[in-house]
Design a protein. Structure first.
Length: 205
């Protein structure tokens, strides 16, 4: 009996002396999310003179579409170079955003770099383009309405499915005043603020 009591006492002592489990540290929000929030705050609160707003800067000509993003890295780089007045403090935030999306997401169409794993997609786009062109030539030469119909359907498919289009294109830039530059920057930051990570956009890159 005394042995059982001794074992029970030892168990109780061990349970009290065992190290307690440390609480899990609170995960800090991703730095790029902080950068996006900071950028939105500065863009909403910034005020600059008319002279600054009229300054000429360079932007990507094509409008930014969050569902089918193009030239994201190029845009962010141009925005960094074109910051003026009260927005010059955004340099660090834009660098952080560019770094995150370059590391964790495939580069978007037309960016400075293309990921290795999209070479097949680019070749497929060229094949589809060449195939449609060949069908069109045959249809014109032989006046065959069957081939013309197939050619028309293929063109329609490229509209429905963007991945069938030839995706390797360059980012065309143009000069703009700083006022429009600011609007474009705000539009892009708002768009990527909705992504948080690249999970929502991987399907279209």
């Amino acid at each position: 009996m005394w042995l059982q009591n001794l074992l029970l006492l030892g168990t109780v002592v061990c349970s009290f002396s065992a190290p307690t489990r440390q609480p899990s540290p609170v995960t800090r929000p991703w730095q790029h999310v902080d950068a996006i929030k900071e950028a939105l705050s500065l863009l909403n609160d910034s005020t600059d003179t008319a002279a600054v707003m009229d300054e000429t800067v360079e932007v990507v000509s094509e409008m930014f579409d969050s569902q089918e993003p193009t030239c994201l890295q190029t845009r962010l780089e141009l925005y960094k170079q074109g910051l003026r007045g009260s927005l010059t403090s955004l340099t660090g935030s834009l660098t952080m955003m560019a770094s995150h999306y370059k590391k964790h997401c495939p580069p978007t169409q037309g960016s400075f770099e293309r990921p290795q794993n999209t070479s097949e997609e680019l070749c497929y786009g060229k094949f589809i383009e060449g195939f449609i062109s060949t069908l069109n030539n045959i249809s014109t030469k032989h006046n065959d309405w069957h081939i013309e119909k197939v050619c028309k359907n293929m063109r329609q498919l490229t509209k429905i499915c963007p991945k069938l289009k030839l995706t390797g294109h360059n980012c065309i830039t143009e000069k703009s005043n700083f006022s429009k530059f600011k609007e474009a920057l705000q539009s892009v930051v708002i768009s990527i603020e909705g992504w948080k990570s690249c999970k929502r956009i991987k399907g279209v890159l």
